[in-house]
Design a protein around this ligand. Sequence first.
Ligand code: AMP
Ligand code: ZN
Length: 666
Amino acid sequence: MTIAEQINQIREELHRHNYNYYVLDRPEISDFEFDQKLKRLIELEVTYPEYDDPNSPTKRVGGGLTSGFETIVHRNRMYSLDNSYSKQDLIDWEKRLQKVVESDISYTCELKYDGASISLTYEDGKLSRAVTRGDGVQGDDVTANIRTMHSVPLQIQPPFPDIFDIRGEIILPLIGFQKMNKIRLANGEEPYRNPRNTASGSLKLQDSREVAKRPLECMLYSIVGAQTLANTQFESLELARKWGFKVPEHNILARTLSEVFEFIEHWDHHRNDLPYEIDGVVIKVNSLKHQEQLGYTSKSPRWAMAYKFQAEQAITILEHISYQVGRTGAITPVANLSPVELAGTTVKRASLHNADQIAKLDVRIGDAVFVEKGGEIIPKIVGVDLAQRKSDTPKVEYITHCPECHSLLLRHEGEAHHYCPNVDQCPPQIIGRIEHFISRKAMDIEGLGGETVTLLVTNQLIDNYADLYTLTKAQLLPLERMAAKSVDNLIEGIIKSKSQPFHRVLFALGIRFVGETVAQNLAKHFKSLDSLIQASQEELVAVDDIGERIAESVRSFFSDSKQLEIVNRLKSYGLQLEAQEAAVPISTLLQGCNIVVSGVFKNLSRDQLKLLIEQHGGKVVSSISSKTSFVVAGENMGPSKLEKSQKLGVSIKSEDEFLSEINAEV
Ligand code: AMP
Ligand code: ZN
């Protein structure tokens, strides 16, 4: 087999396994085997860059920044849909159809996925372009972002037209949405409001690697330009499915309107069983020939109709408002409700967001309120039934003092939330910061959980996270529910955490707006806590992805003498406050590659070169074997190494070749 054939074979295999995993949810090989194949492909692509392909499965990780999205005129206009809200609307619609179409009309019924629409163009069976809907006539080219989504096939199986468009909806399934919000909350950031806006916002992210991290999916619903391969909408959905697109199985073919009504009723009741949000169903005339006869109005096809569900609402009584204090001191008002059934669960609490929201709704204690449930983690109050309000109900007075420590609350210019400024003594802030410090993505301290933290704080054994490192067995053993074994585990976990790399420590400090990625960027750039502490506002905003707001937050954190004292204590306990150079990855370009470095180099020292290899995911090995991916050779490569690599057929790259392949600037 030639190299090109080998590369193609692995790519096809990976496309197929990717489809089995992400579209069918039926993997045929283990994750490990998949990774091995992917590594092998990366190896081949690195060694033979002449076979590069933008649709290679290795490109799913994203890469490259887009500064402005190019505007593209749609090859076929993207229409919107007419809406209907009742059976009568549909009966009237059918009457209009029957004036144009003489024979019996059947319908395809589909779910109306609630996300952002996208048009994908395939040329020669390969994804060539992805464009947002925009105003329907032209949209933005977001191909790089779409390529990262595993449920979008980069290449499809024949037969296919030379060129065609396929339309779908980019959605964010609920579980993924909730996971993303958990992370945001842990970073002290505002949670995303709903899956739909988050999905459409994701399409416009400038860094496709960020898009790759989001669990987005693409649901397809229409092919434009495949009349030769399908006669009906239903068949074209099956065709799309055969090509490897994700087309949910819930669609049906309805021969009469009453079958359409059954479909609507079923999904109105069962929409919450789906792992993603829908806001209705779409009914389409099935025959493509009929569709052609019916044509379009200036806005929408005459042959399709959206049926919109009522948002699911319940009415119940607002009993009282409680106020939560987060780890950053932000206050969140929560409505406590008389329990009510909504979308299959019992709802007792709803979000009220902030003081402005309460004022806007003018919601009062004892009011009958409308509660709605979308993709949010907790439901929200959308209105008040004023007819039921008693005449003497007073307005809600927003709290002025912290419910936990009674400090006077503050509200910063331009921010929605009130804050408790008593950072050092307000119990939920103390506990919240320590919980964040020990959490899995931060210091990941085994044997220590939220309850234990509360126990330690309430027993006054710790006040801040630095205190963790002075805990002794003698202090812990007398505590309730602390067996000798768990004390040992706890102490061991704390000691082990001292070797967590710098970027994790930085994240663990809990600086507002400094999430995992920001912490990594800061660690990579400043390399040590000391230089980060010294950094000016200008130096901070010069770092990737760091804006004024984050920079200010970092500066204010380190200008607080109490914080500095805690940080200095961490240093004295031996935590990693400097970057271990290799710990900060740049790319996965060399993942799976075993690389030998030999000779003297002109641009870099050997150590710098080795570091660079590790930063791109490669491994530096000392001797050449059949497992060696390639050798980077400088001047005066050792003769025995040269001979061995020739004998084993291991390729040799010059320093320049290597650097240009990994795109490194020196
Ligand atoms: P609207 O935005 O309310 O005018 O509804 C039209 C949009 O619904 C289209 O632009 C699509 O993005 C979206 N949609 C979701 N599911 C479907 C579907 N099964 N068929 C057609 N359009 C759909
Ligand atoms: Zn407080």
